[in-house]
Design a protein around this ligand. Structure first.
Ligand SMILES: [Zn+2]
Length: 226
């Protein structure tokens, strides 16, 4: 992803929530009630991290909060590109997870660096570049945590797969091998989790395959993926 698209995504999101009068959910996430309508509570500024053009950028975005008329508690609504309580914008980190599960010799540390041709370099924090003694970089542990996060989202993957098969019933998606190199796991549980990450990768690639860079954002915006 490039920085221009990230900025555009955040601007589009801000414009969308500015005029939003209805929450995405009907059921209150904080109590058993289904009031259908929630009261707009606030737009809260939040710092997020995004990998763009080979660097980590810390950017400000806005999240919409709603209040339940029954229990009077408020909750945050997240856009498709940011998981609840996640610091990183999903898409570029998810690409790193796919790289890790797909490439036999790639471990977490290798997946966390940027490689163009022969050149390899850490993904530095852009705002630290002018302080050479204390430059932070994208951490490989983030990829590890995200394999756990994606690998536990079986229901969401099933929904995306169903959606894709509906559009193209002859797709080879269900027949693609989900095998992951045995070097990457020591337990059956971990194996299943990584295989699910690989399935995510295949579904994601198919979803993007006919999108041009400029309209990926719009196409994704209608789906809650992660
Ligand atoms: Zn409630």
């Amino acid at each position: 992803m490039n920085l221009k698209n990230v900025h555009r995504l955040l601007l589009e999101h801000r414009a969308k929530i500015k005029s939003k009068i209805e929450a995405d959910v009907k059921k209150c996430p904080k109590c058993p009630a289904t009031p259908g309508m929630f009261k707009r509570h606030e737009m809260k500024a939040r710092k997020i991290r995004a990998i763009a053009d080979g660097l980590v950028y810390i950017l400000l975005m806005y999240l919409l909060r709603w209040k339940c008329p029954i229990c009077n508690r408020s909750f945050t609504e997240y856009p498709w590109f940011l998981g609840p309580h996640k610091r990183y914008m999903s898409l570029p980190v998810v690409e790193k997870v796919f790289q890790y599960v797909n490439e036999e010799k790639t471990d977490y540390r290798r997946a966390a660096i940027e490689q163009s041709g022969e050149e390899k370099k850490p993904i530095w924090y852009e705002q630290d570049l002018d302080k050479p003694d204390d430059v932070r970089a994208f951490a490989h542990t983030t990829i590890y945590r995200w394999t756990g996060y994606l690998g536990s989202r079986e229901k969401e993957l099933a929904a995306l797969t169903k959606n894709l098969m509906g559009k193209n019933p002859y797709s080879e998606l269900p027949y693609l091998p989900a095998k992951v190199s045995p070097r990457k796991y020591h337990s059956e549980k971990r194996k299943k989790l990584l295989e699910l990450c690989k399935r995510w990768g295949q579904a994601f690639s198919l979803f993007c395959s006919d999108c041009k860079e400029k309209n990926i954002i719009l196409r994704f915006a209608t789906h809650k993926l992660f």
